[in-house]
Design a protein around this ligand. Structure first.
Ligand SMILES: O=C(O)CCC(=O)C(=O)O
Length: 201
């Protein structure tokens, strides 16, 4: 494993997964999405998000008119499928001392989808990192500050890249301004999948 690039305390492992590892992870995710289909969530104010979401693990992160929260069931009522071993192996490799992940949030970005700058703070233990895995089209990842506002820096995340948001980066704002739709051949119909592994409780 080559040393990661550090930007604003985020650790970026470019090219962490090779093409065949990416393909088998996508197959594992397709099986998980059979159990827990992607949904287009709405914010508590009722605004539809541009990403589609699902999850694997004990918890999934959901949002609807009742608020942002972790839930042990999919909005349709069934429990989430287990986190695929291929995904769990990335966590074990990059954050071997962390507690086991309890949620793998699955975000799917179609053409024009984005995610505004935000902090991940619905988890109980901020000493535990969040690990992000990118698959498919390139996404422009913006990294900011713990406080709102101020200067930010951006980097294009490509298929197979892994980012660790731990330590001083754990509560930094981050988001995805845009994707380059069709830039990768991994997903036949285009789009970007981002997985974030989290310890929830
Ligand atoms: O899509 C990404 O690279 C980041 C996703 C993210 O910020 C999140 O799920 O909280």
């Amino acid at each position: 494993m080559t040393a990661p690039l550090s930007i604003r305390d985020f650790s970026l492992f470019h090219g962490f997964l090779d093409r065949s590892a990416q393909e088998s992870m996508v197959a594992d995710l397709r099986a998980a999405l059979e159990v827990a289909p992607l949904v287009q969530p709405v914010t508590p104010r009722g605004r539809p998000m541009s990403v589609r979401m699902s999850a694997a693990g004990r918890f999934g992160w959901i949002t609807d008119r009742k608020g942002y929260r972790y839930s042990e069931t999919h909005p349709d009522g069934q429990p989430w499928p287990p986190i695929p071993d291929s995904v769990r192996a990335v966590w074990d490799a990059v954050v071997p001392d962390a507690r086991p992940p309890e949620c793998c949030l699955i975000n799917w970005y179609g053409e024009g989808a984005r995610m505004g700058l935000h902090q991940d703070r619905d988890e109980a233990d901020f000493d535990q990192p969040v690990v992000s895995i990118s698959l498919g089209d390139d996404g422009l990842f913006r990294m900011g500050n713990v406080e709102r506002g101020g200067k930010t820096e951006s980097v294009w995340l490509r298929s197979g890249d892994v980012v660790v948001m731990g330590g001083a980066a754990r509560l930094r704002h981050h988001g995805v301004d845009r994707i380059r739709f069709g830039s990768s051949t991994l997903l036949p119909k285009g789009g970007r999948i981002n997985l974030t592994l989290r310890v929830v409780s």
